[in-house]
Design a protein around this ligand. Structure first.
Ligand code: ADP
Length: 195
């Protein structure tokens, strides 16, 4: 079994690349999805978050309102670090659980928004950075999320650059073309990794 970490900024096509790899037979472990699930009402991460940030992060059903939490941490490094300190241990524990359930697979794909620049503790056999031009990313992400282009641009500004992906990742996938072109690139990647 090989483990690869796939990362990329908003709208780059990271999740699409992961979905294609899944179709090719890989097991997919989605860090974003896990980070949602570990925050469910009553969980250990939920309790730690509520005691740290207060009940102001809850919605009317007592669930954590991710938008409220995001607003608190977005421009405040200290609060973001505190949130990461609470959640990361639960996220990585669940990722490791899921890896151990897929030991029979040729390939396990970790879909991770922040693989570089943070203390990612899971050893990957290879890392993949997905990149695309800014305008294409803005167009894709604003359409997908029905979000304002300005908001997407702001997020892109805070994310690592294409140049950094080239120096940090073992493989870089440029996703400026059609989905068919992307599928072709991902198939090549899959073959070279499991060869
Ligand atoms: P990310 O996970 O990097 O934010 P996604 O994989 O969700 O990005 O892609 C963003 C949007 O762009 C999705 O709606 C996806 O279907 C679309 N998309 C991704 N790659 C392409 C492509 N090559 N051509 C057309 N649409 C694409």
């Amino acid at each position: 079994m090989k483990i690869i970490g796939v990362t990329g900024g908003i709208g780059s096509g990271k999740s699409t690349v992961c979905r294609i790899l899944k179709k090719l037979g890989a097991a997919l472990i989605d860090a974003d999805k896990i980070s949602h699930n570990i925050m469910n009402k009553g969980s250990l991460a939920y309790n730690e978050c509520v005691s740290f940030f207060g009940k102001c992060i809850l919605d009317e059903f007592g669930e954590i309102n991710r938008k409220k939490l995001a607003d608190i941490v977005f421009n405040d490094k200290k609060q973001l670090e505190a949130l990461n300190k609470i959640t990361h241990k639960y996220i990585f524990e669940e990722m490791n659980n899921q890896i151990s359930q897929n030991l029979d697979k040729d390939l396990v794909v970790l879909d991770v928004p922040l693989l570089f620049g943070s203390d990612f503790p899971i050893k990957c056999d290879a890392t993949v950075g997905v990149i695309a031009d800014e305008e294409i990313r803005v167009m894709r992400a604003s359409k997908r999320d029905s979000a304002k282009a300005e908001k997407i641009r702001e997020r892109i500004k805070n994310q690592i650059s294409d140049k950094e992906y080239y120096s940090l990742a073992d493989f870089v996938i440029e996703n400026n073309g059609s989905e068919e072109e992307l599928i072709k690139k991902v198939k090549e990647l899959y073959r070279s990794i499991i060869a």
